[in-house]
Write a protein that binds this ligand. Structure first.
Ligand SMILES: C[S@@+](CC[C@H](N)C(=O)[O-])C[C@H]1O[C@@H](n2cnc3c(N)ncnc32)[C@H](O)[C@@H]1O
Length: 283
């Protein structure tokens, strides 16, 4: 990331969600704030999506990962979880659409420059910052996010739900495992949902591989190169060793099938995967 500048990949992901509203009517993921938070950039994102049909697979995956994560978060909140952490929040709008029960806190964790740009865009769109949102600056390569949260009122004794969407691929393996270890070390009843990239060699569809290489080139040029790929069995073994007792890992097409049985919107064999991991609740 360029020092002091907001994340260009955060803008890209938000652009895909906005285009999903415009081009697919929010079929997988309805987000009434996806266009407003982009302001003047929304139309450019839609035009780009129309002009580059190969972007559809990534757009639908980004919509699906938000849907999967938000469904999981709502289920956790319904069970009584009152701390939600959005790691690498970018221009995600979950917190601003949430009708939060009393005492619920949503901690948005990101680089300060990206947070400042988000808050500027929210203000421009006249979206109020709800009282349940707490902004926490953190660099995952330098600091364990739980330590950064402690100063912001996060209660380690209470269970939490953690979003981590579109971030792991941009970090080192060390930073990813350090954050996962920090979640696993909390007292129990934690749940984290994240996406990750399986190695490009596992992408068996040529068009999907080309789309992946194209994305890798673009994000590197924007100063946010892809760094971490994971081998699913090795990742699961690590999660188990850290103390996660429940692991659900889905390919993009499996997440799609959950919300639209019979419809195959994403290319088979693309390397993006969704993972939900939880630790056992304390007795
Ligand atoms: C592709 S964007 C995803 C944003 C958002 N989660 C979404 O799905 O739209 C990646 C996000 O991770 C954040 N990020 C990347 N590396 C980071 C780091 N080392 N520390 C903190 N945040 C980081 C960026 O600032 C950006 O907001």
């Amino acid at each position: 990331m360029q020092e002091g500048q907001f994340s260009r990949t955060a803008l890209g992901a938000a652009g895909h969600r906005a285009a999903h509203q415009a081009l697919e009517g929010g079929f997988f993921f309805a987000d009434p704030l996806a266009l407003p938070i982009l302001g003047a950039d929304a139309q450019a994102a839609i035009d780009k999506a129309k002009a580059q049909p190969l972007r559809r697979g990534l757009r639908l995956f980004i919509a699906l990962r938000s849907r999967f994560a938000e469904d999981s978060a709502h289920a956790a909140i319904a069970r009584g979880v009152r701390q939600v952490v959005v790691l690498g929040a970018g221009f995600d709008t979950f917190a601003y659409r949430l009708e939060a029960p009393a005492a619920l806190r949503v901690f948005e964790v990101d680089h300060p420059a990206t947070q400042a740009e988000k808050r500027r865009r929210l203000e421009a769109a006249r979206v109020a910052e709800p009282a349940h949102v707490v902004y926490v600056g953190c660099d995952f390569e330098r600091e364990i996010f739980v330590d950064a949260l402690a100063a912001a009122g996060f209660d380690r004794r209470q269970p939490s739900f953690v979003f981590w969407l579109g971030v792991t691929a941009y970090l080192t393996h060390e930073a990813v495992y350090a954050a996962l270890a920090a979640v696993a070390a909390l007292p129990g009843g934690e749940e984290i949902v994240f996406d990750y990239a399986a190695s490009p060699e596992t992408i068996d569809d040529q068009a999907a591989r080309t789309a992946h290489e194209d994305l890798a080139r673009k994000v590197a040029a924007a100063g946010e190169p892809l760094r971490a790929y994971f081998d699913p069995p090795a990742l699961h073994a690590q999660l188990t060793a850290l103390g996660f007792s429940e692991i659900e890992d889905l390919r993009a097409e499996e997440v799609a099938a959950r919300y639209a049985p019979g419809r195959a919107p994403t290319r088979r064999g693309a390397g993006a995967r969704m993972l939900r991991a939880a630790t056992a609740p304390t007795a």
